[in-house]
Write a protein that binds this ligand. Structure first.
Ligand code: NAD
Length: 239
């Protein structure tokens, strides 16, 4: 049976790894990114060739309801929605502008509302579906210098738990995967010394890989229907 997954923010990092995992499973894919459309299109072509699937690459800002709407104009059916697109902001809250705050909230939180708002009717038609939100350990414990980011991911966790209750009677599962430190461009501001210090606090003694997160996301998409409303942490034992 053909299944379709929408993965937001798939041009690189965790989203890209998730796209490759789902392609390998035979899913048709819709992938989005905000800037790196050339990389996204190359990835889509490669996945179509390697795994004989259909893969649509769309440049769209998931923080804009209008652009999410244009994305969904191209989607007729959907089995899995992975809300992965996200940005961080590192700096003191007292130095942050209102625009910077709003940008983090639009990208990390509002995007989940926009995609879910449009995905749910498609899933209701099938009486099944999976929504998987990529969250962060900072959403539970909070990080100094990342207040907006932590607040957005804490909200994503609450959004996940609440929406799961709303959609469980319709057989639609809603879960979040909360990542610890993962090796992507999002952490490129960290120096080698920063990374070494951080790894010392992680029982696994290393940074996680996007492939490990992708494996978990695929397992959540394959999980029994009774698994819903969970924030599943992948952090090398840090918490
Ligand atoms: P990344 O910066 O490598 O990739 C982010 C992706 O999101 C890119 O494809 C980018 O184009 C896309 N994106 C950003 N803003 C967008 C927007 N407005 N609309 C559409 N796409 C947009 O980051 P990553 O580390 O792969 O992060 C992926 C997710 O994992 C994010 O939600 C992030 O918060 C979460 N996360 C990452 C870490 C980590 O350590 N890397 C830890 C916890 C959670």
């Amino acid at each position: 049976m053909k299944r379709t997954a929408l993965i937001t923010g798939a041009s690189r990092g965790i989203g890209r790894a998730i796209a490759i995992r789902f392609a390998r499973e035979g899913y048709d894919l819709v992938l989005t990114c905000i800037h790196s459309v050339k990389e996204l299109k190359e990835l889509a072509e490669q996945l179509e060739e390697d795994y004989k699937i259909h893969c649509l690459a769309i440049q769209a800002d998931m923080g804009s309801y209008e652009e999410v709407g244009h994305t969904f104009d191209k989607i007729n059916e959907l089995d899995v929605l992975v809300n992965n697109a996200g940005i961080s902001y590192v700096g003191l809250l007292s130095d942050m502008s209102a625009e910077e705050w709003q940008n983090v909230m639009h990208t990390n939180l509002d995007s989940c509302f926009y995609t879910c708002r449009l995905a749910i009717p498609l899933m209701l038609r099938k009486h099944r579906g999976h929504i998987i939100n990529i969250s962060s350990v900072w959403g539970s414990v909070g990080a100094s210098m990342e207040v907006a980011y932590s607040a957005s991911k804490g909200a994503v966790n609450a959004f996940t738990r609440a929406l799961a209750k709303e959609l469980a009677p319709s057989n639609i599962q809603v879960n979040a995967v909360a990542c610890g430190l993962i090796d992507t461009d999002m952490n490129s501001h960290l120096t080698l010394e920063d990374l070494t210090d951080l790894c010392e606090e992680i029982p696994a003694d290393r940074i996680g890989t996007p492939d490990e997160v992708a494996d978990l996301v695929l397992q959540v998409a394959n999980s029994p229907a009774y698994l819903t409303g969970q924030v599943i942490t992948i952090d090398g034992g840090w918490r």
